[in-house]
Design a protein around this ligand. Structure first.
Ligand SMILES: O=C(O)[C@@H](CO)OP(=O)(O)O
Length: 204
C-alpha cells in the first residue's frame, strides 16, 4: 500500500520580505504570502488530493498557511496537530538581523556557512543537522505511520524543517540538500511505500 505525503512551505512572511533572519521568531504572512498559500490550496484541490491528516509547526506563518490551504480546499472541522518539532531552524543570535547587514559584518562566506552548511550552527542557533535531529524523530513516530497506513498527510512547515524531511525521503547527501531551495507556494507531493521509501514524486 502507498500513502501520500504533502509538504508545503509557508507563504512569504513579513520577515522574508524585509530580508531578516527569522528562525523561531513569529512574523505574519504578507499579502503575497496569503496569496501563495491560497494558490497551494487551489493546486492541491485541482489535483484531486484529499488529505486525511494535518500537521504544522508552532509558528503562525505555517499555521496560517495551513488554514488558508484548508479554506481553499473547502475542508472544515478537522484536527490540526501543531508541534515545535516542525519549526524553522533556530537562527539563534542572527534572528531578527538583516541578511545583507550580516554579510557586511561577517562576510559573504561566513554567512553562507551559517545559512547553508549542514553541520555548522549559527551562533546560539541550530544547524540543519540539529534541525533534522528533532524533525525526523517526530516525522518517524507521528507522521510516517499514517502515511504507511495509506493515508494522505499534509504538513505545512518551513524551509529548513522541510529540507530535513526531503533529505531523508529522497536519500540526498548534505551537499545535495543544501542546494535545494524549498519554494513558497509549491507543494511537494510524495507517494511513499509502507516502509517509508519513496515510490514517486507526483507533480501538481
Ligand atoms: O530566515 C529564516 O528563518 C530562513 C527561511 O526564510 O532563512 P534561510 O533562507 O537563511 O534558511
Amino acid at each position: 500500500m502507498t500513502g501520500t505525503l504533502i509538504l508545503v512551505r509557508h507563504g512569504e512572511s513579513e520577515w522574508n520580505l524585509k530580508n531578516l533572519f527569522t528562525g523561531w521568531r513569529n512574523p505574519a504572512l504578507t499579502e503575497k504570502g496569503v496569496g501563495e498559500a491560497r494558490e497551494t490550496g487551489r493546486k492541491l484541490k485541482a489535483a484531486g488530493i484529499v488529505p486525511d491528516r494535518f500537521y504544522t509547526s508552532g509558528l503562525r506563518r505555517a499555521q496560517h498557511t495551513l488554514d488558508l490551504i484548508l479554506e481553499e480546499m473547502g475542508i472544515e472541522n478537522v484536527t490540526i496537530v501543531r508541534n515545535t518539532a516542525l519549526n524553522e531552524r533556530d537562527y539563534g543570535d542572527l534572528s531578527g538581523l538583516n541578511k545583507d547587514d550580516a554579510r557586511a559584518k561577517w562576510g559573504e562566506e561566513q554567512v553562507l556557512i551559517w545559512r547553508r552548511s549542514y553541520d555548522v550552527p549559527p551562533p546560539g542557533g541550530e544547524s540543519l543537522e540539529m534541525t533534522a535531529q528533532r524533525t525526523l524523530p517526530y516525522y518517524e513516530t507521528e507522521i510516517r505511520p499514517h502515511v504507511a497506513a495509506g493515508e494522505t498527510v499534509l504538513v505545512a512547515a518551513h524551509g529548513n524543517s522541510l529540507r530535513a524531511l526531503v533529505m531523508a525521503i529522497e536519500g540526498l547527501t548534505p551537499e545535495q540538500i543544501l542546494k535545494r531551495e524549498i519554494a513558497t507556494g509549491e507543494p511537494i507531493v510524495y507517494r511513499l511505500k509502507a516502509d517509508g521509501a519513496l515510490d514517486e514524486r507526483v507533480g501538481v
